[in-house]
Design a protein. Structure first.
Length: 150
């Protein structure tokens, strides 16, 4: 029974990933990010693997709207933020998830009246966290340069 449940859950993750890919394809600026080695399918699979799936009715497809997509990105961003702070290295796909999250966070911050306070709060947290992460990256680069020159 647990094998069937596990397979069913993986199927739901796959469905969600497919719908997320459709959602991202509607954004021309994001398509530019997927030109490199990491494609949108890889990114969407990573996102769906990291998040807690939203509820959906049996037999219905996931209908992904902006706030739901941003919530998924925020969940991933939080996990990846912790990973980078603790372990320092993210894969190209993980870095791309951070870039996409920042893209949407900026969109929310520019039009904050359009979105729920909960989404605006997540966007602000994302922006603040990325600024802190940039500072940490600069500090690490500086330390690495100092170590090389010694």
């Amino acid at each position: 029974m647990s094998v069937i449940r596990s397979a069913s859950y993986q199927w739901k993750k796959s469905e969600y990933s497919n719908q997320l890919q459709t959602f991202f394809s509607q954004e021309p600026k994001l398509n530019e990010l997927f030109i490199g080695a990491t494609n949108s399918e890889t990114i969407c699979n990573l996102i769906s693997a990291l998040i807690i799936l939203p509820e959906k009715n049996k037999g219905e497809a996931y209908e992904i709207e902006f706030e739901q997509a941003f919530d998924a990105l925020f969940q991933c961003f939080t996990l990846l933020f912790i990973k980078e702070v603790e372990h320092e290295n993210l894969s190209q796909a993980e870095q791309l998830v951070q870039s996409i999250t920042l893209y949407y966070a900026k969109k929310v911050n520019q039009n904050h009246d359009t979105y729920s306070p909960f989404t605006v709060n997540k966007a602000q947290k994302t922006t603040i966290a990325l600024k802190a992460l940039e500072e940490q990256r600069k500090q690490l680069r500086k330390e690495n340069l100092n170590m090389r020159s010694s």
